[in-house]
Ligand binder design. Structure first.
Ligand code: FAD
Length: 304
């Protein structure tokens, strides 16, 4: 294992380091830059701010890989509470939720994940908003797409996520091009047998973007990469796509000026806002998953 990776993973499991990070003034700023806070109220407050600046939001209640039914149920309840609050604050028209199936029981069984995700989708519909299913490591892709297909029978606007680093993704884009799809590069450490590396990931992102823009669905281009943002804009014009028939997405705290610039140009921009008490693992895992992510967060700090 990469020495930096094992160091970060060791820190991820260390309670003393967690307390230190949580209370040190500088790192508290770092955490607050990337995570909305721990509570539903924190998530709603950040959503209100982001929406007021002309951007939309997708909210992620942090928590992955639950190993028991009770914990999965807790995560579902957190989403239900959040959706109620967004509705009460009249924010639901501009704020959807992102759900990781592993946080609602996918490791227990696909059935548990489907039942739990259905509860979130039903609540989202009642509140006037939608759900996007985050995509996790490649071993879960087929299962996640099966659950998505089931959910879409009742809630057709449920969003998918496809990762351009996977060899399979151009084919998946073709199949799903008439639906709501978020396109990302992909955040997990994947074997070369299933995934591209380096520049090929970007080339495939452009191929996949073309496939989605050629369809009549609603593509959501989630990237901070200036080259890809520019190319997507050019390809959207080539396909005669008007702003509002697709959107850009970026993470909370990353390239906020670029987010505002795109929104001021009339583009739809959605900010992915994570919140919840599991923020420490989220930050650490993002750093550990791919060595490139370490520079990704470091760059965000110095470019503030
Ligand atoms: P990178 O390859 O990280 O960077 C490319 C270039 O972008 C850099 O060279 C630099 O010029 C610029 N850049 C990047 N970061 C910064 C920065 N902080 N400050 C200034 N410039 C910067 N992954 C999944 O696997 N599943 C998901 O469900 C998922 N959902 C996501 C949702 C959203 C809204 C976003 C934005 C990402 C999501 N991801 C997801 C993560 C994604 O797969 C990538 O790991 C992550 O976005 C980094 O790739 P990138 O395209 O931003 O560019």
């Amino acid at each position: 294992m990469h020495p930096l990776r094992s160091l970060i993973l060791a820190a991820a499991g260390n309670d003393a380091i967690r307390r230190l990070v949580a209370t040190a003034p500088v790192s508290r700023d770092v955490v607050r830059r990337f995570v909305a806070g721990e509570t539903t109220a924190d998530a709603v407050a950040v959503t209100r701010e982001v929406v007021a600046s002309g951007r939309s939001v997708t909210l992620d209640h942090l928590g992955e890989d639950v190993a028991d039914v009770a914990h999965a149920d807790e995560n579902v309840r957190a989403y239900l509470e959040l959706l109620d609050a967004l509705h009460a604050e009249q924010l639901a028209a501009r704020a959807e939720v992102s759900v990781k199936l592993s946080a609602v029981g996918q490791k227990l069984s696909e059935r548990v994940a489907l039942d739990n995700a259905s509860r979130v989708c039903a609540a989202a519909e009642q509140c006037g908003t939608t759900v996007t299913l985050d995509m996790e490591d490649h071993a879960t892709t087929d299962s996640t797409l099966r659950v998505l297909a089931e959910l879409r029978r009742t809630w057709p606007s449920t969003g998918a996520v496809l990762q351009s680093y996977l060899h399979r993704t151009l084919t998946d884009c073709g199949r799903l091009a008439s639906t709501r799809v978020r396109l990302v590069k992909g955040a997990y450490a994947e074997p070369a047998a299933v995934a591209f590396g380096g520049h090929e990931v970007d080339l495939n992102y452009v191929r996949c973007a073309n496939a989605l823009l050629a369809g009549d669905g609603y593509p959501m281009f989630a990237t901070h990469d200036p080259r890809l943002v520019r190319i997507v804009g050019e390809r959207a014009r080539w396909y005669d796509r008007k702003p509002g028939t697709y959107e850009y997405q970026m993470l909370f705290g990353v390239r906020p000026d670029e987010q505002r610039r795109l929104a001021q140009e009339g583009e739809t921009v959605r900010v992915y806002v994570p919140y919840g008490s599991q923020w420490y693992g989220y930050l650490m895992r993002r750093l550990a998953e791919r060595p490139a992510n370490t520079t990704f967060f470091a760059r965000a700090l110095v470019s503030h």
